[in-house]
Ligand binder design. Structure first.
Ligand SMILES: Nc1ncnc2c1ncn2[C@@H]1O[C@H](COP(=O)(O)OP(=O)(O)OP(=O)(O)O)[C@@H](O)[C@H]1O
Length: 411
C-alpha cells in the first residue's frame, strides 16, 4: 500500500518491512504497471538480489503477475554456453526486465555487452546484504552502468541498519523511507524460543528428542558452515529422517531440485547454510531450528523469517551453548521487541559490545564437529587407541632387541 504510489510517482524508496510481509509484490506491481507493456527498447527494469535461488523465485513471481502482458523477463543465472558475445548482447537487448545476482550481472556487463542505460527502475532486494563489503563493489559497477538521470532506485529489506541507510543516501535521490512495524524486529506471528543445550553434543540430543515427540514438517535447520551442514545431514539421514541438505558446494541442478522437492513436500527436513536465510518463500514452513546460533541479529531475523510468512503462524527454536552466551542478549532483544515472552533473567543480561558483535560477524564460534559420539566416549576411545598403539610399539621394540642366542652367535 505504501510503496506502490511512491514508486508510481517516480520517487525513490527505502522500504523496511518484516519478513514474509510481501515486499516482492511491493515493487513488482508498480514496476509492471509503470512499464505498461513490452517495448523492445532494452532492459527497463533491473532487480538485484543476493542469491540465485531468490532471483529464480522473483522471476517466477514476475511471470505470474505479468500474465496477460507479454513482457520479456530474463533471469541471469548460469553463464551462457555461446561464445558469440554479439549474439548474447543482442538477446539481452530484447528483454524488458532483468533479474540477477550482482556477480553474474557484472560479468554480463563487462564481458557480454549487457547495457543498463535504458533502466528506469533499479531494485536492490535484500538491500542491506547487497551493500555489505562482499557485494558493494559490484553494486557500484551496476550503479555506474545505469544512466544516472532516468533511473529510480528502490531498496527493500526486513533489516536496514542505520549505517546502510546512510550509505544508501549517498547514491539515492531524496528517498522516501517507509518502515512497516518495528524496525529490525521479527514477525509477530512467529513463536520464538531459546534452548540451552549445554555443549555441542546437546544439540543432536535436542533434535532427536524433537523427532521422537513428532516433528511437524516442513522444518528448516540452519547451521553456520558447509562442513557442519554435511555433518548434520549424515547424522540425521542415518536416523531415517526424510532430510536433505543445501549449500553452495552443491551443483546448481542439485540446488534447484532440492528447493523444488522441499516446496512440494518430498523433503520434510532441510538443512541449510546462510544461503537460504534471505528472501526464500517456502510456504508453510512450520519450524525453523537455528542449530548453530546466528552470527548477527539480521541473520537471526532473516533465518527465522522463513516461517510465519504471509500472516501464517510459525515456530523458531534457537539452540545455544556456553560459547554462545555472550551474544545471547541481541536475540533476546529481538524476541522482546517482537512481543515474545522472555525470562526475566535474560532481559537483565548485558548487551554484547560493538566489537564483540563485529568479531562474531567476521568469524563464527569454533565448534566441535557434529557427531553422535560424545566427548566422553571419544576420550575413552582415544585413550584405548593410544594404549593399543603403545603396546604395539612395546612389542616391536622387544622383537627388535637381539635375543640371547643371537648375541652368542654374533660374538
Ligand atoms: N496481499 C497479499 N495477500 C496474501 N498473500 C500475499 C500478499 N502479498 C504477498 N503475499 C504472499 O506472502 C508471501 C511472502 O511474500 P514475500 O516473499 O514478498 O515476502 P518478503 O516481505 O519479501 O519477505 P522476505 O523479507 O523474507 O524476503 C508470498 O508467498 C506472497 O505471495
Amino acid at each position: 500500500m505504501q510503496s506502490i504510489p511512491i514508486m508510481l510517482h517516480h520517487r525513490e524508496i527505502m522500504g523496511c518491512a518484516p519478513t514474509g510481509s510481501g515486499k516482492t509484490l511491493a515493487y513488482v506491481l508498480p514496476i509492471l504497471h509503470d512499464l505498461k507493456g513490452p517495448a523492445k527498447e532494452g532492459i527497463r527494469a533491473a532487480i538485484i538480489c543476493p542469491t540465485r535461488e531468490l532471483a529464480t523465485q522473483i522471476f517466477r513471481e514476475m511471470k505470474k503477475l505479468s500474465k496477460g502482458k507479454p513482457f520479456k523477463i530474463c533471469v541471469l543465472t548460469k553463464l551462457s554456453n555461446s561464445s558469440d558475445n554479439e549474439q548474447i548482447s543482442a538477446s539481452f537487448a530484447s528483454f524488458d526486465i532483468l533479474i540477477s545476482t550482482p556477480l553474474r550481472l557484472v560479468h554480463a556487463i563487462q564481458h557480454q555487452g549487457l547495457k543498463l542505460d535504458k533502466v528506469k527502475h533499479l531494485v536492490l532486494d535484500e538491500a542491506d546484504k547487497l551493500l555489505e563489503l562482499g557485494f558493494l563493489e559490484q553494486i557500484d559497477e551496476v550503479l555506474a552502468s545505469c544512466k544516472d538521470e532516468g533511473v529510480y532506485k528502490s531498496l527493500f529489506s526486513a533489516t536496514i541498519p542505520s549505517g546502510v541507510e546512510a550509505l544508501a543516501k549517498t547514491f539515492m535521490k531524496d528517498p522516501i523511507r517507509v518502515v512497516i512495524g518495528q524496525k529490525n524486529a521479527a514477525t509477530e506471528t512467529i513463536t520464538q524460543k531459546l534452548l540451552y543445550v549445554g555443549q555441542e553434543e546437546g544439540k543432536l540430543i535436542a533434535i532427536r528428542q524433537l523427532v521422537q515427540q513428532g516433528l511437524k514438517p516442513p522444518v528448516l535447520i540452519f547451521v553456520q558452515s558447509i562442513e557442519r551442514a554435511k555433518e548434520l545431514f549424515h547424522e540425521l539421514v542415518y536416523d531415517g529422517i526424510n532430510v536433505d541438505v543445501i549449500h553452495s558446494d552443491r551443483t546448481k541442478l542439485q540446488r534447484d531440485t532440492i528447493v523444488q522437492n522441499f516446496r512440494s513436500g518430498k523433503i520434510w527436513v532441510l538443512i541449510a547454510t546462510e544461503l537460504m536465510a534471505r528472501g526464500i518463500d517456502f510456504k508453510g514452513v512450520n519450524l525453523v531450528i537455528n542449530y548453530d546460533f546466528p552470527q548477527s541479529v539480521a541473520s537471526y531475523i532473516h533465518r527465522i523469517g522463513r516461517t510465519g510468512r504471509a500472516g501464517r503462524g510459525g515456530e523458531a527454536v534457537t539452540y545455544f551453548t556456553k560459547e554462545d552466551a555472550p551474544y545471547l542478549k541481541s536475540v533476546v532483544n529481538v524476541m522482546r521487541d517482537s512481543g515474545c515472552d522472555v525470562p526475566e533473567w535474560m532481559l537483565t543480561m548485558k548487551n554484547p559490545s560493538k566489537n564483540v558483535k563485529k568479531n562474531l560477524k567476521r568469524k563464527p564460534v569454533d565448534r566441535d564437529a557434529i557427531k553422535t559420539v560424545s566427548k566422553f566416549d571419544e576420550k575413552k576411545a582415544k585413550k584405548k587407541r593410544e594404549m593399543v598403539e603403545a603396546s604395539k610399539k612395546r612389542k616391536q621394540r622387544n622383537e627388535s632387541k637381539p635375543k640371547a642366542s643371537d648375541e652368542a652367535t654374533d660374538t
